[in-house]
Design a protein around this ligand. Structure first.
Ligand code: ADP
Ligand code: ZN
Length: 740
């Protein structure tokens, strides 16, 4: 059913003007082209149409009134209007907004909203069989069963009919051929059960009730608001925002939940089902095209009420959006780093505003961006200061690696080994966290010092021992581990340096041969099904020790997990990333939050060479807010985000010279325009830390401005003034999170 959106006016011709409209195409184009609306066709903004483009016929979306500038007689006609719901106004406004903010072309942003071309086809009528007028000439027992199965029934598919009558499909087909069965339209398959807001859920604690009532009120009132749901790990933030979703459902509205990792969804999905009696629709890139098509259509038609998804779910065509939740809002996974470069959390706030809906940002370790908005009074804040039920927060302590060094060639210090054996003896589970995939991050020749580097990138090749390969984590290049050094030819002198999770697993297996261990990295857990299987193994006590990267840090709840060992707490602090300390704190706090989530108290041990570092000190003392305040003060002092603005310009080319020349020209244009007194500063160009990536040489410029400056207009002018050499690309990253 195509439901017209109440607010969309029909664009009609006036007497003077011929009737034409602008149509945005999902191609890398910023402009919308004008097309004529032929007689007898009516279109409104958001209508999905077919239009001619050169020799081709392409899909586009009616964006507004014609831009003009082309003689009406020369305009081409819209070829057809698709019988699918129009893109809602709030989504179209979001597309314009995102394009304007990120400097991506509007067409490229539209393409994210039309990512399932199939969904725009009219649904094919599905046919099955009903009884025909001619009885079959020969009535075998199996034929008789088929006819009996259909008696007085609506059409059934050949497969269903064969199953019902316990015959082969061939029997059905031969009856159809003889005319005893004829084709008839199948009834639409029953939609999956909808989430029920009145399904009995858990009883909330007084703190939880207070927070959820507040959110429920916001959802009922409608209108735009942003609320930070700030609660320690295990405080029940999920249960609280479920009540906001229930309120949206009761009001007949749709709700969108954005999560940072698809690996989070299996457990989340179960909890959702427990609360609402039915599963939510899911949206992420791993899903097949059929399910994506059904979901896109269901959302557009308003039949699907709740979607949980990765950042791309933000561009689904919700006509009645009544609530957005961003879970783990501080996660950098919300930043899309290629194609259209955008921060999905921030754009979710924009979509909520455009849809006049409340949005909830949930986290135990909110980002400084969000906290700054709370301080400025733009966002509201709700606190959940305690873990639910009997659970207490874990104790966190440092292991000073300068004093308690592990044995040579090993990575676990004596106190952590001791803690592991105590945990196993108590029949409890442990998590060892090391944010490094593979066996070893570096392979070095002991004879000549040669390092095994990626030929396409400025990076070391990481040994993956299980796969027996050296591979590049940036471009995917992989090669077998050679026997001789490619530089000096020495035989058998290549040595693994440093630990990855695979190497750690080896150490644990040697130390605790009885312990059942599981690895969790993006190599071993690539799909939601694999994640679900692992979670099942942990919950059913088939695992004593889980060794994993950041994919185990989030969301999961394992009642028996009482020990968390962070193998290299300092890992994220290296490098010049402005958010290094904030991110390390968030990540380690999240990992620590996996310990002792039920009735047994958990403990966390951080292996570090700098226990006095503010990040370690804050984790140990639990003084989160003091740490964040100090971090914020430093950023403010340097006009860095969230107290100032940044944009990165990344120039890449096949040769080092092209990249460097283009970057210098760009810097010159920018500096000349800004002059001496501008509050906007241009830093660089300089070779990027990843100076070579996928075979392209890269240079970076950083543009820095006060919070109240708008960076987009000057960026646009500089880029417009650039003459581009073939093969040279300039990427714009507004609000950069990666400085590689
Ligand atoms: P957070 O998201 O704040 O880390 P969760 O929402 O994951 O916390 O809750 C932590 C655990 O406590 C979950 O297993 C959840 O089911 C449980 N829990 C939270 N609130 C309640 C409640 N009111 N009744 C029963 N269980 C709850
Ligand atoms: Zn590479």
């Amino acid at each position: 059913m195509v439901e017209p959106h109440a607010t969309a006016p029909t664009l009609t011709a006036t007497a003077a003007e011929p009737h034409s409209v602008s149509v945005l195409l999902p191609l890398a184009l910023d402009v919308a082209y004008d097309y004529r609306v032929p007689e007898g066709i009516e279109v409104a903004p958001g209508a999905i149409v077919e239009v001619p483009l050169g020799q081709r016929q392409v899909i586009g979306v009616v964006w507004g009134t014609a831009e003009g500038g082309i003689a009406p007689a020369r305009l081409k006609d819209i070829a057809a209007v698709r019988a699918v719901p129009r893109l809602p106004a709030s989504l179209r406004a979001l597309i314009d907004w995102v394009a304007d903010y990120t400097l991506a072309s509007r067409g490229a942003v539209l393409r994210m909203a039309l990512s399932v071309p199939d969904a725009l086809e009219p649904p094919a009528p599905r046919l099955g069989y009903v009884l025909g007028a001619t009885p079959p000439s020969k009535l075998t027992p199996s034929r008789a069963r088929v006819l009996a199965a259909l008696n007085d029934k609506p059409a059934m598919s050949a497969v269903d009919l064969a199953r019902e009558a316990s015959v082969g499909v061939a029997v059905v087909k031969s009856l159809a051929k003889s005319g005893a069965l004829i084709e008839g339209p199948l009834q639409r398959p029953k939609p999956p059960p909808a989430p029920d807001p009145d399904h009995p859920g858990p009883t909330l604690s007084p703190d939880q009730i207070e927070a959820s009532n507040d959110l429920v009120t916001k959802v009922r009132e409608g209108g735009f608001s942003v609320t930070l749901l700030d609660g320690v790990t295990g405080s029940g933030k999920t249960e609280v925002y479920f009540e906001a979703i229930a309120a949206a459902l009761r009001a007949g509205k749709q709700a969108l939940v954005l999560v940072p990792e698809i690996a989070l969804t299996p457990q989340w999905r179960e909890r959702f089902r427990a609360r609402f009696g039915a599963a939510p629709a899911e949206w992420h890139s791993e899903l097949g095209s059929k399910i994506r098509r059904e979901t896109w259509r269901g959302v557009a038609a308003g039949d699907i009420a709740v979607v949980v998804g990765a950042r791309s779910a933000l561009f689904l065509p919700f006509p009645r959006l009544g609530l957005i939740v961003v879970d783990e809002e501080h996660e950098s996974a919300f930043k899309q780093e290629d194609g259209v470069i955008y921060q999905a959390r921030d754009m979710a706030v924009v979509r909520a505003r455009l849809a006049a809906a409340p949005i909830v940002l949930s986290s135990a370790t909110p980002s400084l961006e969000t906290l700054a908005n709370v301080e400025a009074g733009r966002y509201r804040r709700l606190d959940l200061p305690e873990r639910h039920g009997e659970a207490e927060l874990p104790t966190i302590a440092a292991i000073d690696m300068r004093r308690e060094a592990p044995p040579r060639g090993a990575w676990l210090a004596p106190p952590l080994r001791q803690a592991l054996s105590e945990t196993f003896a108590a029949g409890e589970q442990a998590l060892l966290f090391l944010n490094r995939r593979g066996y070893a991050p570096l392979t070095l020749c002991r004879a000549c010092g040669h390092r095994m580097n990626c030929p396409n990138c400025t990076s070391w090749l990481v040994e993956h021992r299980f796969a027996a390969r050296l591979s590049c984590h940036h471009c995917g290049f992989a090669t077998a581990l050679p026997e001789t050094c490619p530089s000096c030819g020495a035989l058998g002198r290549l040595a693994a340096c440093g630990p990855g999770v695979e190497r750690l697993a080896e150490e644990v297996a040697t130390l605790f041969p009885e312990a059942r261990l599981a690895l969790a990295t993006s190599d071993s857990i690539a799909t939601p099904a694999e994640a679900a299987a692992l979670i099942e193994r942990i919950q059913s006590r088939d695992v004593d020790v889980l060794i994993g990267t950041q994919i185990v840090a989030k969301g999961h709840h394992f009642p028996l997990l009482t020990l968390v060992g962070v193998v290299d707490a300092d890992l994220g602090l290296a490098g010049g990333d402005l958010r290094a300390a904030e991110r390390t704190f968030q990540l380690l706090q999240q990992v620590a939050g996996r310990a002792g989530r039920a009735d047994r108290r958990g403990r966390v041990l951080l292996q570090t060479y700098m226990p006095e570092h503010p990040v370690m000190a804050a984790l140990i003392s639990g003084e989160r807010d003091r740490f964040l305040a100090e971090e914020a003060a430093q950023r403010r002092a340097h006009n860095l985000p969230p107290f100032g603005r940044l944009a990165a310009l990344i120039v890449s080319a096949r040769t080092e010279r092209d990249a460097a020349e283009t970057a210098r020209t760009l810097a010159r244009i920018a500096r000349r325009e800004l002059g001496a007194n501008s509050s906007i500063e241009v830093l660089g160009p300089a070779p990027a830390p990843l100076a070579l990536l996928r075979g392209r040489h890269r240079q970076r410029l950083l543009v820095k401005a006060p919070k109240d400056a708008r960076l987009q207009p000057p960026l646009r002018r500089w880029l417009a003034a650039m003459k581009r050499k073939a093969g040279v690309a300039i990427q714009v990253d507004v609000d950069p999170y990666s400085f590689l």
